[in-house]
Design a protein around this ligand. Structure first.
Ligand SMILES: Cc1cc2nc3c(=O)[nH]c(=O)nc-3n(C[C@H](O)[C@H](O)[C@H](O)COP(=O)(O)OP(=O)(O)OC[C@H]3O[C@@H](n4cnc5c(N)ncnc54)[C@H](O)[C@@H]3O)c2cc1C
Length: 422
């Protein structure tokens, strides 16, 4: 099989790039291992209070449907149920699943998205315990409530967003709690760190007081915030947000029946256990990391940037990697929301078009336009997963610029990983 452009991942980044490229007349094939195109968009349903009324609701499933229609209408071939399990030099892709065999591409876009980090909680193998991502897909895509009374473990922008989505779906959310403090949960169980992460969701908060509190205590006063938040329990969308209480055990005979919580000191030490709370499901969140394995297989150098969520492929301003004809877009380059992924997809589309069609000045113009749209999408993003992301992106640009100026020094070509001193 041959195609002008192969795109791995039919999420918002991959589909947006596909639409752009097909409308420029290129033959585009999108490959996705899931059976419906849309990626993580499929599970998203939230309100953006920064938008004017009438435009506030973000229904990911509908946006994914529109993107798919636009792509198919422009001639894009979407192969679902098809995994890409290897990439060899010359942009040769190895496929398995609904379509198997090999595919050769003139250019390749990797838009494989992100994955959830697991956070172990004693009792987490009981039926009824799931990740927040799974709860989101249950609720918003398949319209099945994960339980009647649910506890959310892990306090971060995604966990808070999913708790709100569960409540909207009619689930009683008993609270959002810290994970058990300890070596396995590290910063995720430390109140000051968690308060820092909470400040990233401040824009989503419907309460002016909580918005202000998150803004004030999210910065250098987060230690003080960690002490003060032990005095009372805040609420977000009417859901108790327990910044000083952790779920230390999940109990039940054959499935989840209750959680046992314990107090946590302002510096993250476990205190006395409290009485058990009856629940029938528990949703756990440990944060997200970029899925960059395919980029590594394709020979792209990976750079460890904690401010972007983990290892990301080194890339330039047009989303190009040091491997000729290999581009990246979306959460593979760092954890951000879907509107940003869509804008990155269009930018990568412009980069690929410039590369394949030698589009010259017209290509530069498209790149400029797409880059300014990406900047705007970042400014307007309702969820900022990593507050220090701009710093992380700056590091990537510096490394990229250094590599261009001195190809022999700095970051060499190849699939090795590098830690960036930050
Ligand atoms: C669990 C979870 C929940 C999220 N919830 C939200 C939210 O509520 N709001 C928000 O703004 N952001 C959320 N995000 C962030 C989300 O990733 C972005 O909003 C956006 O979807 C990223 O777009 P993307 O195109 O980069 O990747 P994705 O949307 O993740 O799409 C990537 C696609 O690549 C496919 N894929 C990966 N590897 C392969 C392979 N080897 N072969 C074939 N196909 C492959 C996957 O099946 C997937 O469909 C969430 C992320 C996760 C992981």
């Amino acid at each position: 099989m041959k195609t002008d452009v192969a795109i791995v991942g039919a999420g918002p980044a991959g589909l947006s790039a596909a639409v752009f490229l097909a409308q420029k007349g290129l033959g585009v094939t999108v490959l996705d291992e899931y059976f419906i195109p849309g990626g993580r968009l499929l599970g998203q349903l939230f309100e953006n209070p920064q938008k004017p009324p009438g435009e506030r609701l973000w229904i990911g499933r509908d946006i994914a449907g529109k993107l798919k229609e636009e792509a198919c209408g422009s001639g894009v071939k979407i192969l679902t149920g098809t995994s890409v399990w290897n990439i060899a030099p010359g942009r040769r892709l190895y496929l398995s699943g609904a379509v198997s065999g090999e595919m050769e591409a003139g250019a390749l876009l990797l838009a494989t998205g992100a994955a959830e980090r697991a956070v172990p909680v004693p009792g987490w193998t009981l039926p009824g315990v799931m990740s927040v991502g799974a709860a989101q897909v249950f609720t918003n895509l398949h319209r099945v409530r994960p339980g009647k009374r649910v506890a959310v473990v892990g306090i971060d922008p995604l966990a808070i967003s999913v708790a709100g989505e569960l409540k909207k779906a009619g689930v009683e959310v008993v609270g959002i709690y810290l994970p058990p403090p300890g070596v396995l949960t590290g910063r995720l169980g430390m109140p000051p760190e968690v308060i820092g992460s909470l400040s990233r969701s401040a824009d989503m908060s419907p309460g002016a007081l909580l918005k202000a509190a998150a803004g004030i205590f999210g910065g250098r006063y987060r230690d003080l915030g960690a002490r003060l938040c032990g005095l009372s329990t805040m609420k977000i969308w009417g859901i108790p947000l327990h910044l000083r209480r952790a779920v230390v055990r999940i109990e039940g005979e054959d499935s989840v029946e209750r959680i046992v919580t314990a107090g946590v000191s302002h510096c993250g030490r476990q205190q006395e256990e409290c009485s058990a709370i009856d629940v029938d499901a528990v949703c756990i969140s440990g944060g997200l990391y970029p899925l960059a394995e395919l980029a590594s297989l394709a020979g792209c150098p990976l750079v460890d940037v904690p401010q972007l969520g983990g290892r990301v492929p080194l890339h330039g301003p047009a989303m190009e990697t040091p491997r000729a004809g290999v581009f990246v877009a979306g959460n593979i380059t760092g954890i951000e929301g879907a509107p940003v992924a869509m804008a990155q997809g269009t930018l990568a589309g412009a980069g690929i078009w410039s590369y394949l069609a030698k589009a010259g000045k017209a290509g530069e113009k498209e790149l400029e336009l797409a880059a300014s749209r990406l900047e705007r999408a970042r400014e307007e993003a309702p969820i900022k997963f990593f507050q220090e992301a701009p710093e992380g992106r700056k590091k990537i640009s510096l490394l990229w610029a250094g590599r261009k100026q001195n190809p022999e020094g700095g970051v060499p070509d190849g699939p090795q990983s590098y830690s960036v001193p930050l």
